[in-house]
Design a protein around this ligand. Structure first.
Ligand code: GDP
Length: 229
């Protein structure tokens, strides 16, 4: 199996509190309620893993989950203090970046968060793929255009950037394995326009559903970039 174990490692609040850059990393960005936890759980075959990120105090952190670590390491990890050989060869980090549910937060706090995000995208050497989640029923909102611009400005060109449309089963009546989900032309048009305006038209678009598991294999094509680095 690609995913044998997953453990929560730490919540980072700035560049100095990130765990050591010692393995590949896959980041997930999207506003709260977009279906981020459900999608991470679907991709890793877990039931409630990513919901850890929702516990009070963790909602505004970059939450790091280690995939395929050796058992017990989560108790030992300290910043900058990793002993070689503690993890499996295909270990990688899943990083759950905060949504925008705290748009009402003080201006200074929002600025600090945006600058952390910019620095992280620009300077995290082990970052291999960024998944940007957008609700397939509504298409991109202003916050999504801001993320696209952040990506365009900061993310190195050799890091994959993937748009993920979520909850596609909700657009189909009586969805099933045979008919697992779809996205309206209007949402697709809006999305392509927002991508063009932000200069990220190169990004692939995946259509997914945590409910029907639509898009799981396509997600793994990109997760592999982190797992196999
Ligand atoms: P997050 O805040 O982005 O982590 O979003 P959650 O994963 O908690 O999902 C928010 C809500 O949407 C929850 O009620 C989920 O059950 C629901 N949801 C998430 N993904 C899907 C999906 O693929 N299909 C359907 N039908 N509902 C979903």
């Amino acid at each position: 199996a690609l995913v044998r174990r997953v453990v929560f490692i730490t919540g980072a609040v700035d560049m100095t509190t990130l765990p050591p850059a010692d393995r590949g990393e896959a980041a997930f960005i999207g506003r709260s309620n977009v279906g981020k936890s459900s999608l991470i759980n679907m991709a890793t075959n877990r039931k409630s893993l990513a919901y850890t990120s929702k516990t009070p105090g963790k909602t505004q952190q970059f939450n790091f989950f280690a995939v395929n670590d050796k058992p017990g390491r989560e108790k030992e990890v300290k910043y900058g203090d990793i002993v070689e050989g503690e993890r499996d060869a295909d270990s990688f980090y899943l990083v759950d970046l905060p949504g925008f549910g705290f748009a009402k937060a003080p201006e200074a706090q929002r600025k600090a968060w945006a600058s952390f995000m910019g620095e992280y995208l620009a300077n995290r050497k082990t970052l291999k793929v960024v998944f940007h989640l957008i609700d397939s029923r509504h298409g991109p909102i202003d916050e999504d255009s801001n993320i696209m611009k952040q990506v365009k400005e900061n993310l190195p060109k050799n890091v994959a950037y993937v748009i993920v449309l979520t909850k596609a089963d909700k657009n189909v009546k009586g969805n099933s394995k045979k008919n697992p989900g779809k996205v309206s032309e209007k949402v697709m048009d809006d999305l392509k326009q927002a991508m063009a305006e932000s200069g990220v038209s190169y990004a692939p678009i995946l259509i997914t559903s945590a409910e029907s598991k639509l898009g799981r294999d396509s997600m793994w094509r990109y997760l592999r970039l982190a797992a196999e680095s």
